[in-house]
Design a protein around this ligand. Structure first.
Ligand code: ADE
Ligand code: ZN
Length: 353
């Protein structure tokens, strides 16, 4: 019999209409999907059995995680597989009461393994429409992997501008961070911004606060992927809080990749105390075995966030989304409605600490 979760943190989180602003399409693929794709590439190293795949996803460190990510990328060689990933993600998001998602796609990585540029754009649009039919509005963040350098960033921008996928909102920078200074991408981010895209680089995930500062000053970041290293720099924290620059925090990811050593060391509570806008993301939910709701619940049970703090993280996500004003209003209204139901007027939400 299913466990009765009425009145629990799980029920509270399930009732929140959420937004997901930090999820990579490739890393969202569930075990069954990846095992299926691996069967189509028997020469590759990726296991075709979901149980073996779960073991394959035990990462020894961040570089190991990136190696596995690259191996996974080699399995996605057709527009059809891209569309399958989007539909899988949309179904998961819908089941998790996520209404709006900004999904990161790395076009150059897909093009490098042989997907035709127009086929990729078509697959994204078909997937976006299928997601909408599931009740999830998807927007795109197109990023470049740091190891593809500035040349890769220009190639990515060229693909975006040539195909102009509907729903494109931002330009990003992911992949390795060590040895890849954010500042090296200054020119491409300046062009992306001039073309109307917002700036969302990963920074301060596996390096120090200096890269978060570079992301702000050199790439004019509107939001920062992870950015957790800012917790070590009080003036930087004050700047993020004062200028309302949100950090997209992904707690399970940080623990699974070794970016953070333990729950006790996770800086999320310090970021909130400093007044920095924080949104929660899953990063690569298929690879980390998580969902957005699970991330919220872990923030309550492992990091001590109470229901008010969880709701304000959702609200910060709605405020930080690169959506239209009408969508933002609708998302806030839905959240207000849901909070009115789970938190009757006048009640002070009980802490889960
Ligand atoms: N690509 C997918 N997941 C990533 C992460 N956590 N950091 C950088 N690049 C990524
Ligand atoms: Zn990421």
């Amino acid at each position: 019999m299913a466990r009765d979760t009425t009145g629990t943190v799980e029920a509270f989180v399930a009732a929140l209409p959420k937004v997901e602003l930090h999820v990579h399409l490739l890393g969202s693929a569930d075990l069954t999907t990846v095992a299926d794709l691996a069967r189509g590439h028997p020469q590759g190293e990726v296991p075709t059995d979901p149980e073996e795949l779960a073991a394959y996803y035990e990462f020894t460190n961040f570089d190991h995680f990136l190696d596995v990510y690259v191996a996974l990328n080699r399995l996605v060689t057709t527009g059809e597989s891209v569309e399958r990933l989007i539909i899988g993600l949309a179904e998961t998001l819908a089941a998790d009461n996520v209404r709006y998602a900004e999904v990161t796609v790395t076009p150059l990585s897909h093009l490098k393994v042989g997907i035709d540029p127009a086929e990729l754009a078509d697959a994204l649009e078909s997937g976006r429409l299928a997601a909408r039919a599931c009740g999830v509005e998807i927007a795109w963040i197109f990023d470049v992997s740091g190891d593809d350098g500035l040349v890769g960033a220009w190639a990515t921008l060229d693909w975006i501008l040539r195909h102009q996928p509907v729903g494109t909102v931002a330009f990003g920078l992911g992949g390795p961070e060590t040895g890849v200074p954010r500042a090296a991408f200054h020119d491409a981010f300046a062009s992306a911004r001039a073309a109307g895209l917002r700036s969302v680089p990963h920074a301060g995930e596996t390096t120090g606060p200096g890269e978060v500062l570079s992301a702000l000053t050199e790439l004019r970041a509107d939001r920062i992927g992870h950015g957790i290293a800012a917790a070590d720099a009080p003036r930087l924290l004050a700047h993020l809080a004062e200028h309302d620059v949100p950090l997209e925090v992904c707690v399970t990811s940080n623990l699974r990749t070794g970016a953070v050593g333990s729950w006790a060391e996770h800086p999320l509570p310090s970021l909130l105390t400093a007044g920095v806008p924080v949104t929660l993301g899953t990063d690569d939910p298929g690879m980390f075995g998580t969902t957005l709701s699970r991330e919220y619940v872990l923030c309550a049970t492992r990091l001590g966030l109470d229901s008010t703090e969880l709701a304000s993280v959702t609200r910060a996500g709605i405020d930080a989304a690169f959506c239209s004003p009408a969508t933002r209003r609708a998302l806030h209204a839905e959240l207000d409605d849901a909070l009115g139901t789970v938190l009757p007027e006048g009640t002070t939400p009980a802490p889960y600490r």
